[in-house]
Design a protein around this ligand. Structure first.
Ligand SMILES: C[S@@+](CC[C@H](N)C(=O)[O-])C[C@H]1O[C@@H](n2cnc3c(N)ncnc32)[C@H](O)[C@@H]1O
Length: 289
């Protein structure tokens, strides 16, 4: 049997979940009309052949390149993020007791983490949306074979109706709690992943010794999260990954740490000698009141 085209996967899921999208221009409900999402005011957004919709009203220059997203995808495929993916999927499966669940991954990047989480879920029906401001990221996300609804959009003006999500995921990305809570149902769960102090410590030690990037504290982000939710909880997950040469290069290429900092020859030599890399995350959870 032929694989469904990416655009058909999107259209089928969007028709099934027809009440979710909100027009970014006039805020009316949008539905699928042929190969676009349209509202009653005839604002219309084409569904790309690549399986996503662009709902940004003006172009955005992302600091993340296509190369960074590709390296991030290969890093996910190598299993580097599996411990957090498994932990998050278990949390979702254990928390939500109904057969149906609606999930938004806000700031999903190239979507490989969202896709792996999706694949671990045990529900009869899953409505899964991934949104990111980077068109490069979402264009890559659309390549997956899963019925995830990928959108280019801004998480501070989400193109979704009020109170539709059982869960918001926010993984290593910025947050906008008032917007997240607008689209979440009452008592819905939010899961935010933030880096811990030792996240990619070997890179920091080589590249940022003596500068303010040498260490990282998530205390400010954590306390903001805590102040916005009830039933706050946190779980720290630390482990190391021993990469081969190619995986190490992907780890170097996938990190926003190096966006504005090219290593010099000496640093490159030191980076190449890294045997194991530290991954350190804190998974923050809480509910919308
Ligand atoms: C470090 S990446 C994490 C991506 C993905 N969650 C992952 O872990 O692979 C941060 C992401 O946040 C996205 N982002 C930043 N500001 C955003 C905004 N206002 N709206 C939507 N996405 C945003 C970036 O484009 C980028 O893909």
């Amino acid at each position: 049997m032929n694989k469904p085209r990416k655009i058909d996967l999107f259209i089928r899921s969007a028709i099934k979940n027809h009440t979710s999208f909100r027009c970014p221009k006039c805020r009316l409900k949008m539905t699928v009309k042929e190969k676009s999402l349209s509202c009653e005011n005839s604002h219309s957004f084409n569904i790309s052949k690549k399986g996503y919709v662009n709902l940004l009203l003006s172009a955005h220059d992302s600091i993340y390149s296509k190369a960074l997203f590709e390296a991030r995808r290969k890093t996910t495929e190598a299993g580097v993020f599996d411990p957090i993916i498994n932990a998050v999927a278990d949390m979702i499966n254990d928390d939500h007791l109904s057969e149906k669940i609606s999930i938004l991954d806000a700031g999903c990047g190239e979507g490989s983490i969202s896709s792996k989480i999706y694949s671990h879920l045990n529900f009869k029906e899953v409505e899964f949306h991934g949104i990111d401001i980077s068109k490069e990221g979402i264009a890559l996300a659309g390549n997956c074979e899963l019925p995830i609804l990928w959108s280019v959009g801004d998480l501070s003006i989400l193109p979704y109706q009020d109170h539709i999500f059982d869960l918001v995921l926010n993984i290593l990305s910025p947050s906008n709690y008032s917007e997240f809570f607008r689209v979440m149902k009452k008592n819905a769960l939010i899961i935010k992943i933030v880096p811990g102090t030792d996240y990619l410590r070997e890179f920091r030690d080589i590249l940022f010794a003596g500068s303010n990037k040498a260490s990282y504290s998530n205390e400010r982000v954590k306390s903001l999260f805590k102040n916005n939710v009830y039933e706050f909880n946190s779980q720290r997950i630390c482990y190391t990954f021993s990469p081969d040469e190619r995986q190490l290069q992907n780890l170097i290429d996938m990190t926003p740490l190096l966006i504005d900092r090219s290593p010099d020859a000496k640093e490159v030599e030191k980076l190449k000698k890294i045997q194991a890399i530290s991954l350190d995350y804190e998974i923050l959870t809480g509910r919308k009141a």
